[in-house]
Design a protein around this ligand. Structure first.
Ligand code: GDP
Ligand code: MG
Length: 424
């Protein structure tokens, strides 16, 4: 069974928590894109863990975790993430962590370039997390990037790095007027952190292909939602990689395999980190109360997230882009304090009303049309069966299910592993 778990919205839908829950049924969890620009927060009996790079299955003893070729890896960050988890009692070894030799290395100068460019953009900034992700993906496609397996060939890699650094310095000095980076410093950084990670590096695609053919269950884990996909999201306020499920086999190293199932993670309301069009954005008291109730602050950056009502238009589009077969609706419990719950069911674009997610400037000028549903005004965090839920909560779920045209199989009502309901 090959399953992808992906975000339907702008990210932070609670993917980490759902992967943590569902990973029990899987032998292997693979991350197929992105870097340490986003974070999953997972709470279980061992404690609270923030994962930026490691797949969420790392918290389960018997699960093998793979970091795929579609990822960009900041070696220093990964070494620290591994150390942090070890301190929390999580065992990590080459047995349960495998890093693709084709995954791209995110270098310190990528972070610098990310900061320089966001600063140059000033008020027009993209809202980058400044962790070097756009510059490193840029270099991947310019073929100016090093990959994990290069660490095993120090002589050729050192020479190649010197040439790449000379090329990067043309931009650093010439475009941004900043001091050049030193090839020796970069090499020292690569050796320091790369040596620690070498035991985990392997042909991850081959490993996964064999595992799939041996009947193992594999879970493909995305970071960030459909609306952050480089092609289909709210470009340029997107990530720099494909976050959608269709990319999972490629970014994992098994483009020959087909997914059996795509689970879309969708939050019961909306949140969006950083810049870009966010049609349902709320302000004032409604927004503040919702942000506090949902604890909507970035896991990687601590930034307060923009929040708003559930968005049918964006979610239906996200479901289509993900090819989601079923939905896990998360954080329904967060809405329990509301007397009335607004849901955005259409956009007004100029003089037209549309239910299809618009492109470009049409999206920038879109205004939300709301329908208001009745709140349930009671604690639902202890509900474990559909029958336990108050009628208004069931009505809310069914309304969203009908509007987005995708089956809501799971509803999550709390941050901990067992806080969920299977609806079907
Ligand atoms: P991800 O990036 O999609 O994995 O999501 P984040 O980890 O950035 O944000 C999800 C946050 O919501 C985490 O702090 C979770 O512990 C928490 N969370 C997840 N599901 C639920 C839920 O059903 N109810 C509540 N109250 N919190 C949840
Ligand atoms: Mg997150």
């Amino acid at each position: 069974m090959l399953t992808a778990i992906t975000g339907v919205n702008w990210g932070d839908e609670g993917k980490g928590r759902m992967v943590d829950l569902l990973s029990e049924q899987y032998d292997i969890v693979v991350r197929y894109q992105g870097g340490n620009n986003a974070g999953h927060t997972v709470i279980n009996e061992k404690g609270k863990f923030i994962l930026n790079l490691l797949p969420s299955g790392i918290l389960r003893e018997t699960t093998v975790n793979v970091m795929g070729n579609g990822m960009v890896i900041d070696l220093e960050h990964l070494v620290h993430e591994i150390e942090n988890l070890r301190r929390g009692g999580i065992a990590i070894s080459p047995e349960n962590l495998k890093i693709s030799e084709r995954a791209v290395i995110c270098m310190p100068y990528h972070k610098l370039l990310d900061c320089y460019e966001e600063d140059r953009l000033a008020d027009a900034k993209y809202g980058s997390t400044r962790r070097g992700i756009a510059p490193v993906y840029g270099d991947k496609y310019m073929k100016k990037a090093l990959r994990m397996g290069d660490l095993f060939h120090p002589e050729t890699t050192k020479a190649r790095l010197a040439d790449i650094v000379a090329y990067k310095n043309l931009t650093i000095e010439g475009v941004y007027g900043r001091p050049p980076v030193s090839a020796d410093d970069m090499w020292a950084w690569l050796v320091e952190y790369g040596d620690i990670l070498k035991p985990y590096i392997c042909d991850a695609g081959l490993y996964l292909d064999k595992a799939a053919k041996a009947g193992k269950n594999i879970l493909f884990e995305a970071q960030l939602g459909a609306l952050r996909d480089i092609d289909f999201g709210i470009n340029p306020y997107t990530s720099s990689s494909n976050t959608i499920a269709a990319y999972a086999p490629i970014g994992a190293g098994v483009p020959n395999l087909k997914l059996d199932n795509v689970i879309g993670i969708m939050k019961a309301y909306s949140s969006c980190v950083g810049e870009g069009p966010f049609t349902v954005e709320a302000f004032g008291k409604f927004a503040n109360d919702l942000r506090e109730a949902g604890g909507e602050y970035g896991a990687a950056t601590g930034r307060p997230r923009r929040v708003g009502a559930f968005d049918v238009v964006a979610s239906r589009y996200g479901i289509r882009m993900q090819g989601a077969d079923e939905i896990a609706l998360t954080k329904l419990d967060v809405l329990s304090y509301l007397d009335a719950i607004p849901v955005c069911t259409a956009y007004e674009v100029g003089d037209k009303i549309t239910t299809e997610f618009p492109f470009g400037e049409d999206l920038n000028i879109a205004k939300p049309e709301f329908t208001v549903l009745k709140g349930w005004k009671c604690d639902i965090s202890k509900c474990r069966k559909p029958e336990d839920l108050p009628k208004e909560a069931v009505d809310y779920i069914r309304f969203i299910e009908k509007a987005t045209e995708c089956k809501i199989k799971y509803v999550s009502v709390g941050a901990e592993r067992e806080d969920y309901i299977v609806m079907y």
